[in-house]
Design a protein. Structure first.
Length: 91
């Protein structure tokens, strides 16, 4: 199984290629409704992914902070697991 960072880089490259293709289609054909819908859907998906990544990072930091000051980790771990479950089920 490839390393996660390698997979992320491949996904990032693929995503950029998709945007580039969409941009070329817009340049060639104008702002057709189906191209605008595709662009909006792509952007929405990116934002959702970025929001989740930010939430995972924030929770991981909160867990580290709680550990450092010897606070209960249980509620944060539960929240992190719930976020992961929502991600896995596509919610």
């Amino acid at each position: 199984m490839p390393h996660a960072s390698k997979q992320e880089e491949e996904l990032r490259s693929s995503n950029e290629a998709g945007w580039a293709t969409l941009g070329r289609e817009m340049a060639d054909h104008g702002l057709l409704p189906y191209l605008l819908r595709d662009a909006a859907a792509r952007r929405n998906a990116e934002q959702t992914s970025a929001d989740r990544a930010t939430m995972f990072a924030a929770l991981a930091r909160q867990i580290a902070d709680a550990y450092l000051v010897q606070r209960p980790l249980g509620p944060l771990i539960t929240e992190l697991q719930a976020l992961r479950k929502r991600e896995a089920t596509g919610l």
